[in-house]
Ligand binder design. Sequence first.
Ligand SMILES: [Zn+2]
Length: 217
Amino acid sequence: MKEAEIREEIVRYGQKTLEEGLTSGTGGNISYSPPGEDFLYISPSGIPYHEIDPEEIPRVDYDGKPLDPDKPKPSSEAPLHSMVQSSVDRVNAIVHTHSPYASVIATLGKEIPPIYYLIANIGDKVPIAEYATYGTPEFGQAALDVLGDRNGALLEKHGALAVGSDVNGAYEAAGLIENLAKIYYRTLSTGVEVEPLDDEEIERLSEKFQNYGPETG
Ligand SMILES: [Zn+2]
């Protein structure tokens, strides 16, 4: 993918997170690290997505340090993005959101258990990373500690992290985590206890999704 396309994609998906209610204001951020490179493109800090010129998308290295002094400041969550992207080979894109239901479950300090079949697109559950101050290496490490081979995690008292091999994949995971959080929240509020799917079934679903794509009908 050409550099200009990467920049445009980050802006376009940033606008989508706002339009589709996955984040609000200037919250939430997106990054992409081209395969084989040791830097990432990341949304800038504090500029609404509708006002960002793709040319203004800054880059940070794998230590989260800005590489483009002439461009706007990178997102304050650069350490989270650079730590996860540099530590997990399969991850080339990250979408971090403060989507409402995921934030509620994260604030309750709960992980999302496998009570609904689509969770197998994320993993055996959506784990929750222990609370740490945003923008710090501890925040990135807490996420890494629980991510494993899953496509996302909740961040305690903060929001959600979604990962993928490209921006579209990470964005889809972010939307799905919000949907799973909504289902879990509403299920909890009925007071009825729900039996989770067992490991074997999660594995079966995960294989089906990998072979045929998510079944959404
Ligand atoms: Zn955040």
